[in-house]
Design a protein around this ligand. Structure first.
Ligand code: PEP
Ligand code: MN
Length: 360
């Protein structure tokens, strides 16, 4: 977390040199529920989150208590001194949140996908100095995420942040939303001074997996965590499976290992240099092997052209993939990694062969 030195001053003042913790229920349900959670986590989190208006994927679910819940949140601030955060999706939400002294407004994943909605929010926020955090859009599209940020920046909002909550996918995976870590990493490289918060609750959808995702986020230099917390998670009105109790929140936070972004001791630097030289050598060999492999694929392309055979040979490709997955397993290489690696290689081979076959 030493990268914190690069962060905007307002954020450093807010979080100090530790990850910023935002916690609280998925949804505000009743005044008692909101206050009970707040008292239980007031020493663990800096910012109290609760959804007041809930965007539900399908109709029929609990859609939030609405503006009345903002009064309950104000009570939290009075009683505990915590800062308040809620999701806004329309100009009306923004006006109500501003009228109730909400400190941080976040734009949800289903709203970030819609430039009209983000623009409406940005216009309603003009002239305020609120913190505004943009969740990634539901689809893995970095420009859309950055576009949301730029609309707020153009409206003069200074205290901006990003929240990574993972991306929808049609295939069944162990997480509710696929992390696609490379996307927030690319974002961080482009905007090193903008705080980047991880939301392991919405990534995992499962409270048992939150610890490991939160740790991974910190290992990737994220600046904070948003963790849904509820005193009786199993009976929560939304997102029951992913919410943790205040005690579980405490355990998660206390087990997190904070690492330095670098180390300046000579022995560390030398050892690192040795490893990196070996990695660089291996990368060069991989490239050479890929070049050889592509040359053979080109030869096959010429043969297919001479015999008028189609480029894609589905059975052969299936055989290659099955064999590589098996060998990958024997070599302790993850199946998802092997699949995407060989899909990329195969894709390049058939693109080249298609080019050869259609060359006049
Ligand atoms: C939430 O934070 O409760 C929420 C609805 O999040 P997301 O926009 O990430 O789905
Ligand atoms: Mn939720």
């Amino acid at each position: 977390m030493t990268k914190i030195s690069e962060k905007a001053l307002w954020f450093k003042e807010l979080s100090g040199d530790k990850p910023l913790v935002i916690a609280g229920p998925c949804s505000a349900e009743t005044p008692d529920q909101v206050l009970e959670i707040a008292h239980a986590i007031k020493n663990k989190a800096t910012i109290y989150r609760a959804g007041i208006w809930k965007p539900r994927t399908r109709p029929g679910g609990f859609e939030g208590v609405g503006a009345i819940g903002l009064k309950w949140l104000q009570q939290v601030k009075n009683d505990t001194g915590m800062l308040l955060a809620t999701e806004v999706a329309t100009a009306e939400h923004v006006d109500l949140a501003l009228a109730h002294d909400i400190d941080l407004l976040w734009i949800g994943a289903r709203t970030t996908v819609n430039p009209f909605a983000v623009q409406e929010i940005a216009d309603a926020l003009k002239g305020t100095d609120k913190m505004v955090f943009i969740k990634n859009p539901v689809n893995p599209d970095l420009s859309l995420w950055i576009g949301g940020f730029e609309r707020l920046q153009n409206a003069g909002i200074k205290k901006l942040g990003f929240i990574h909550r993972g991306f929808s996918s049609y295939e069944k995976i162990k997480y509710r939303n696929k992390p696609e870590w490379q996307i927030p990493i690319d974002l961080q490289i482009r905007f090193p001074e903008i705080p980047l918060i991880n939301d392991p609750s919405h990534i995992t959808g499962n409270r048992d997996l939150i610890q490991q995702v939160a740790q991974k986020a910190l290992d990737l230099n994220f600046d904070g965590l948003m963790i849904e917390t509820h005193c009786t998670p199993d009976s929560a009105w939304s997102d029951a499976a992913q919410q943790v109790t205040p005690i579980q929140l405490d355990t998660i936070l206390s087990e997190l290992v904070l690492r330095d972004i670098s180390n300046h001791e000579d022995s560390y630097l030398h050892e690192m240099q040795r490893y990196r030289t070996r990695i660089d050598d291996i990368d060069t060999q991989i490239l050479k092997l890929l070049k050889d492999r592509m040359q053979i694929a080109d030869e096959i392309g010429l043969l297919k052209k001479a015999k008028n055979v189609s480029v894609l040979q589905p059975e052969r490709w299936q055989e290659v993939l099955i064999k590589m997955k098996r060998e990958g397993k024997e070599n302790k290489l993850g199946e998802a990694f092997i699949t995407s690696l060989f899909k990329a290689i195969h894709d390049e081979s058939i693109t080249r062969q298609d080019h050869i076959i259609n060359r006049k």
